[in-house]
Design a protein around this ligand. Structure first.
Ligand code: NAD
Length: 352
């Protein structure tokens, strides 16, 4: 396997955690005789400082020409002014749009040895293994019209929740494909009792469900789903939902695992490069101290091996090495331990 991979370390702890994931990818390449060609580009605050924009056309072109993109995180207090014209998150939005990644995958599992780090009671967390898939390029965040005007003497703001059937179909089909390799259950989350867009979503999901008799399909209202995620998280397998519902539910689900530093994500489109990043931000409060947990980024690299590089056995080996390191008591500060970022990776590499 020969693949070009673009690395966007970003800001804060981003460069610290991406460096560790690269060590793991290099080890995978060495063991399997693969050639991964890494090239680094700027995105976020570091790009604003250098080029005056969060993502240059050249950096985006390099990402588009790659097999996969590994991202740390962007942002920080230096660029935090919400009224600024140029902001780090603009890089993220431009990148997602440029790569055409319409599905954001966030697996949430709770390691048995970390159950006590979670705010939920241990008995609720036994067997939690959820894959939340959030639609990423449509829905309430992108529907038109949106904006402000004055009507009947009052200031008015409008956002529009808009979906085309094909946008729902491609993300729900992905959910069914991925459910086939898991526990064969899809929960499609909507608000079909109120929203017309949700009724279209449900209609499309039902048709896809009929074409996949081997996978169970369940429709659930988003308010019920948000409650079930904390009351009975182990009852979910694959969850698929609209952009804003997914934004909220993925953050809710991430709390189950105990630390933000543990969880990976992947954003996928139609065969183009995938985008892989931990779910956490740039953590300016701990940047530069060498204490960040690299596991979320290392597991994101494992997702890259599985979804973009066609190396599922290697992906499983990385996940198993992380699992064993945690089971053996290896802990960074966020997990109540004292291992430095690179020492945590050493422990994972030793078990790979
Ligand atoms: P954050 O995720 O950066 O940090 C939240 C808390 O979790 C902090 O206490 C931090 O120290 C801790 N934490 C996060 N990742 C960790 C890790 N790997 N190991 C150990 N502890 C970790 O969220 P925030 O503080 O709300 O945001 C900080 C900056 O990151 C902001 O500028 C925000 O806009 C940006 N952000 C970027 C992304 C992204 O690039 N995708 C996502 C979220 C936030």
């Amino acid at each position: 396997m020969d693949a070009r991979i673009v690395v966007l370390p970003g800001d804060g702890i981003g460069p610290e955690v991406t460096a560790e994931a690269l060590r793991v990818l290099e080890a995978v390449a060495r063991k399997g005789g693969h050639a991964f060609h890494f090239s680094e580009q700027l995105m976020g605050g570091c790009s604003i400082d250098r080029h005056g924009t969060a993502l240059t056309a050249e950096a985006l072109a390099a990402c588009k020409a790659s097999r996969a993109v590994l991202l740390g995180a962007v942002g920080g207090p230096k660029w935090d002014d919400p009224t600024a014209k140029v902001r780090p998150e603009q890089g993220l939005l431009a990148l997602r749009k440029g790569l055409g990644v319409f599905a954001n995958l966030r697996p949430v599992t709770v390691h048995p040895a970390l159950i006590d780090s979670s705010p939920l009671k241990a008995d609720r967390l036994q067997g939690v293994d959820i894959l939340v898939i959030r639609e990423l390029t449509g829905g309430l965040y992108f529907g038109q019209p949106k904006g402000r005007d004055v009507r009947d003497g009052h200031e008015r703001a409008v956002d529009t929740l808009e979906y085309f059937d094909f946008e729902v179909r491609r993300v729900v089909e992905l959910a069914f494909r991925l459910a086939q390799g898991r526990r064969r259950k899809v929960t499609s989350v909507d608000k079909a009792n109120v929203l017309e867009s949700s009724r279209l979503w449900r209609q499309v999901a039902s048709a896809i469900g009929q074409a996949h008799p081997g996978v169970a399909l369940d429709h659930m209202l988003v308010d019920t789903a948000s409650m079930r995620l904390v009351v009975a998280p182990a009852s979910f397998d694959v969850v698929v939902t609209e952009n804003m519902f997914g934004d909220i539910l993925t953050d809710e689900a991430s709390v189950l695992a105990g630390s933000m530093g543990m969880l990976p994500s992947a954003s996928l489109g139609d065969g183009g490069p995938g985008l892989y990043e931990p779910i956490h931000g740039s953590a300016p409060d701990i940047a530069g101290q060498g204490v960040a947990n690299p596991v979320g980024t290392i597991l994101s690299a494992a997702m890259m091996l599985r979804h973009s590089l066609g190396l599922p056995a290697e992906a499983g080996a990385v996940e198993a090495a992380v699992h064993r390191a945690i089971a053996d008591g290896c802990r960074t500060k966020d997990l109540g331990g004292s291992l430095q970022t690179s020492r945590m990776t050493d422990e994972i590499l030793r078990r790979l």
